[in-house]
Ligand binder design. Structure first.
Ligand SMILES: Nc1ncnc2c1ncn2[C@@H]1O[C@H](COP(=O)(O)OP(=O)(O)O)[C@@H](O)[C@H]1O
Ligand SMILES: [Mg+2]
Length: 117
């Protein structure tokens, strides 16, 4: 069972402000278990969001895994045709007709794969 969400009023206010400001790029960082993911989960309630957590792996496996989730979210198989970040995000940006938050958690995993490729 998920516990009651406590405090984080300031952080929620910042996210709400940025949400109104499109486009916006927000980085949330902090030590493990400090509440980064939970903050995003609470903020997402009632909003249309695409929430994705990167796993460790090669660039190819990460692109494919993200693409599969995007296929489900947008009901669009074209995402499966991309094998690199740039074309995938370029196509994705063209699909963002309405306000949508894209969450990527565990960015270090993604950066590690970019570095290795
Ligand atoms: N503001 C909060 N109120 C209550 N519980 C919280 C809060 N923030 C985090 N938690 C709980 O603490 C634990 C760790 O939070 P999590 O968001 O997974 O951390 P992180 O993503 O920073 O590693 C989870 O069980 C989460 O539900
Ligand atoms: Mg987390």
């Amino acid at each position: 069972m998920i516990s009651q969400f406590i405090d984080r009023k300031r952080e929620l206010a910042i996210l709400e402000r940025e949400w109104k400001n499109t486009p916006s790029f927000v980085v949330i960082y902090g030590r493990r278990r400090v509440g980064k993911t939970r903050l995003l989960v609470e903020f997402s309630k009632g909003k249309k969001v695409f929430f994705y957590t990167f796993m460790e792996g090669t660039k190819e496996s990460q692109v494919k895994s993200l693409a599969k989730e995007l296929v489900d979210f947008f009901n669009d198989e074209i995402f499966l045709s991309f094998s690199d970040w740039y074309p995938l995000f370029k196509y994705l940006s063209g699909k963002l007709m309405e306000k949508l938050s894209l969450y990527s958690t565990s960015l270090p995993m993604q950066l590690k794969a970019i570095e290795a490729s």
